[in-house]
Design a protein around this ligand. Sequence first.
Ligand SMILES: [Zn+2]
Length: 324
Amino acid sequence: MGLLFLFILLAGCIRVTSDAAPAVPTQLATAVPLPTITLPPAPHTATPIPTVLPPTQPLPTAPPAPTLPPSPATTLPPTPAANGFITQTIGLSVEKRPLISYTFGNGPTQIVFIGGIHGGYEWNTILLAYDAIDYFTENPNMIPISVTLHIIPSANPDGQFVVTGKDGRFSRADVAWDTLPGRVNGNQVDLNRNWGCNWSATAVWRDQPIGAGSKPFSEPENVALRNFIVALQPTAVVFWHSAFNGVFAAGCPDLYQPSYDLAFVYSQAAGYPVYTSFDTYPVTGDAGDWLATQGIPAVSVELTNHESLDWNQNLAGMLAVLNQ
Ligand SMILES: [Zn+2]
């Protein structure tokens, strides 16, 4: 009797749940349209934006974050122009990480600043570039009307990731103790030994051999950077490096005078020594050297160490170049 009762009870339960089951989808189906018609959309859209954007695209979203809250009520406000810059993915790394350019202004004179070609090993140059992006976002009036400014914070995102574990923006706390593995890209190539003037398969860094790639421009990061810069025909390209404390004028095979003029302007404002060449060890396939062969003035600015951004110095250098 007890078993029979239990069986009836269970059968009843099963029937109840199976009867109830079809009712759930219909209730849900009718419930969904209601909140979208009424007011709930505002909190609904507000929450996903901060949670979705930081993990996927920390680079472009980090600076605009403060300006996002006021606008999301309207249509699709994440338009980059509203933040004072336009972002553009100019290419992908070996490991398919984006190289991103931040563009400010729209004058005819093109000026380019590039951080992190030596990846996480020179992580301070990447943070310097992000601080510059913040600065010009907050101070767009500091960009002359005649200028379009392009900042590429991380020209070797694979090398940045090795040291920081982050794509896009990172903080000092993310930087690993050993930064050396982050100098090269995903193919173990030093991206400042892979350009098309004075290229050598047997490149060195200090007294050690280092990867130069299978041929000039074998690396996708450099192809992207080269194509982007050549299309712009800028009047100045500044690569940030660390840490030799100086501004080095590019040229190949000899010094390119417009590069020296640019180096002089930057160094005078920033207070770094200026050099006509880098002689500590042979540098083959240098990026700025190749640009000089294309008639594009380029310099390497070496920060004083691997930690400091030398912010005041480099802000002065940037403003001097923008206003020259
Ligand atoms: Zn470097």
